[in-house]
Design a protein around this ligand. Structure first.
Ligand SMILES: Cc1ncc(COP(=O)(O)O)c(C=O)c1O
Length: 354
């Protein structure tokens, strides 16, 4: 019997991730440390006294307000979901069903995967050979604006994943001005590790949406929370697509406790930036590897043979992520900045002096 499933789904590959166990896990750009013990204790105590038999807020209103206060953004424009990856599909549903998705390649896999799953026409603009973003090519890929109805969604990660590069804000401004009929989504999953962010741009353009997550700098990947910072008008429509009562009591309490104690994030980001520099400087002495400058909590490294580098590191207990199947990333592996000890172990395994 043929299953009643859309061909776009049947023909799509699974999400490209194979779980591997290793003593030193530097493959998913997670925070190098768990949520602090004392904050876990506060969250657990609060959960003990909270009513578990009641539904949570319809649209995570209380949490949206706490996030909005932290990010200096209006609560009416803050939309919370169970991970920012959920929003990637929702924004395509909002603006690009039967329309277009434009992004760059190589890139975070989900923009292209969701575009294909949802039947949007996908255009992927190659990064330049030095991995910088060719904004003229992105603008050209949009084609002439028809002016009637939504055209589609543009996805730009900033900092870019998996290269760690940062496109200039004035370049994004140029794109925002060139795409009035599109939704321009700037994915800021790693913004805490970069020198600036795109909130000013998003304040000035109602069709610009920022995506943020608690999975990276906040150290809450296992809790699953992300959000969009959008104009009130876009947020109002986007909320219709978010499942009602979708954010759980557990997620709400964990994030509220984190937002009441943001100091731990600042401390960890400072450590990550120091360690990122130490790793990059040490890797520059490697005889055959080439490390790219990064504005995120990971480094992309071009090696002569990614499979060999990955296997050799894994044999020494260090798990990194292969990126060599992505466009233009032949030989590349990606390593998350870990703890001081993990980073030293990685450098030793790579044959570089610590
Ligand atoms: C660029 C980018 N966006 C979004 C995500 C997904 O974040 P979340 O855990 O909030 O779904 C990731 C995760 O690796 C990412 O690298």
């Amino acid at each position: 019997m043929t299953l009643p499933i859309r061909p776009a789904v049947l023909n799509s590959p699974d999400y490209p991730f194979i779980p591997v166990n290793a003593p030193i896990k530097l493959d998913q750009n997670e925070s190098f440390a768990d949520f602090p013990d004392e904050l876990k204790a506060i969250a657990l105590e609060r959960l003990r006294h909270a009513p578990w038999h009641r539904y949570t807020d319809l649209n995570a209103e209380a949490l949206s307000e706490a996030i909005a206060a932290h990010d200096a953004w209006p609560a009416a424009g803050t939309v919370v979901t169970t991970g920012s990856n959920v929003l990637i599909a929702l924004l395509i549903q909002l603006c690009a069903l039967g329309g277009r998705v434009v992004t760059v390649t190589p890139n975070f896999a989900l923009y292209a995967l969701d575009a294909k799953l949802l039947g949007a026409a996908l255009t992927e603009v190659p990064l330049r050979a030095d991995t910088s973003l060719d904004m003229d090519a992105v603008i050209e890929a949009l084609g002439p604006s028809t002016g009637d109805g939504p055209t589609g969604v543009i996805y730009i990660p900033r900092p870019h994943a998996p290269t760690g590069s940062l496109c200039a804000l004035h370049e994004l401004e140029r794109l925002a001005q060139a795409c009035p009929g599109w939704l321009l989504v700037v994915d800021e999953a790693y913004h805490q590790f970069a020198p600036d962010d795109a909130r000013d741009l998003a304040r000035r353009h109602a069709h610009v949406v920022l995506l943020r997550t608690f999975s990276k700098a906040w150290g809450l990947a296992g809790v699953r929370l992300g959000y969009a910072l959008a104009s009130d008008a876009v947020a109002r429509q986007l909320r219709k697509l978010v499942p009602p009562f979708g954010v759980s009591l557990m997620q709400t309490v964990c994030a509220q406790v984190a937002l009441e104690h943001p100091g731990y994030v600042r401390e960890r980001v400072a450590i990550t930036l120091r360690e990122r520099d130490r790793l990059a400087n040490a890797l520059r002495t490697h005889p055959t590897w080439q490390v790219l400058p990064s504005h995120a909590n990971f480094l992309l490294i071009r090696t002569p043979d990614a499979a060999a580098a990955h296997a050799d590191l894994l044999a020494q207990g260090v798990l990194v992520r292969r990126q060599d199947s992505l466009h233009g990333l032949r030989g590349c592996i990606r390593v998350t900045v870990g703890t001081v000890a993990e980073n030293s172990a990685f450098l030793r395994a790579a044959g570089v002096s610590v």
